[in-house]
Design a binder for this molecule. Structure first.
Ligand code: 5GP
Ligand code: ZN
Length: 113
């Protein structure tokens, strides 16, 4: 399978890793859109949010709680941050292995463009 995030998990391409455990990996985005921009991904390949079901509830919860922990560690908890999931073309998804974006360190705009 030609998945860039699976290759990062397999250490076939390098990444600046922020956190890892048996279920997920977090690493800094190669093209950061904010002073802090971390991607949290499952180690198991799941292409889009549409592929999730109730069996994945613990995994998704673990991804969100890892993001909030990383936000706290990066000093973003009080100032604030944004978590983003993109799904398919109109959602802005470019990499088809689900990932949670953690963005912080600057003011975020609303509504998004
Ligand atoms: P998406 O648009 O799919 O929600 O976000 C994909 C993200 O992955 C983008 O923010 C992009 O900069 C990031 N990205 C793509 N390729 C790589 C890579 O090889 N390494 C890292 N660290 N980030 C990547
Ligand atoms: Zn993958």
């Amino acid at each position: 399978m030609d998945c860039i995030f699976c290759k990062i998990i397999a250490r076939e391409i390098p990444a600046n890793i922020a956190y890892e455990d048996d279920r997920l990996l977090a690493f800094h985005d190669i093209s950061p859109q904010a002073p802090s921009h971390v991607l949290i991904i499952p180690k198991h390949h799941i292409a889009t949010l549409n592929d999730l079901n109730s069996d994945n509830a613990d995994l998704i919860s673990h991804m969100v709680l890892t993001a909030t922990k990383l936000a706290d560690e990066q000093g973003l908890a009080k100032s604030g941050y944004r978590l983003i999931w993109n799904c398919n073309e109109q959602g802005g998804q470019d990499v088809f292995h689900i990932h949670l974006h953690l963005l912080g360190g600057r003011a975020m705009h609303w509504p998004p463009g």
